[in-house]
Design a binder for this molecule. Sequence first.
Ligand code: ATP
Ligand code: MG
Length: 223
Amino acid sequence: MRALLWNGHHNFYNQEANESLWRAHGAASKLINDYPGIDKGLLLVGPVGSGKTHLAVAILRGLMEKGVPCLFYESGSLLKKIQDSYNPISKTSESRVLAPVYETEVLALDELGATIPTDWVRDMLYQIINTRYNEKKLTIFTTNYGDEVSTERFDEEADLIKQVKSTRKQSNLREKWTLNERIGVALRSRLYEMCVKVEITGEDYRRRLDKRRFDGNYRTESR
Ligand SMILES: Nc1ncnc2c1ncn2[C@@H]1O[C@H](COP(=O)(O)OP(=O)(O)OP(=O)(O)O)[C@@H](O)[C@H]1O
Ligand SMILES: [Mg+2]
């Protein structure tokens, strides 16, 4: 955990981290230290580039160093893999894909809600997360979607968003959706019980990195 958090980016936490990032870092360290004596995972919520995936990976690395079996999946690729393994004759997806997701002791599911929420997507996410919920298994989620819409939304805009089919265009509109709308109310409700929500605010770290390159300080960041 320590290595991943500091390696090559030693300024990030000690000089530039805002309060929400420090809180998230604290929650991540506590999870690693206290595991297995904890009963809730984390729901890391924040805008693009705020460091959610980085933190989720750092948590898994910290747990793996303690010998805990962990699995990381970006939720879109997991859903794609499940879809690709679907067998129209048996009408099931191969358990080869799903079994480890159900069984691993700790799962990190990155970018929850990023896939366009069709009925199949919602059902599949529900099935996966509900299975882990029933078995009281620890899951760490990251998402761009919060519980409140951050900008005012008018009905006209809502219709427009529903018509947007491409993920790229949707991602420009992501602040207009809530997590409830992306994953369904039943699933969001389970997440309250499964996870502590940790919100990260602040500027896109990728953009900061780019600015520093422009300012000629690239060496500090690329070490
Ligand atoms: N604590 C950190 N120390 C060093 N680099 C970091 C840290 N947190 C994030 N970064 C770097 O900042 C960039 C953005 O972080 P990350 O991918 O975790 O963002 P994200 O919140 O998951 O964004 P998105 O919502 O787009 O998935 C990455 O290149 C990552 O390696
Ligand atoms: Mg990410």
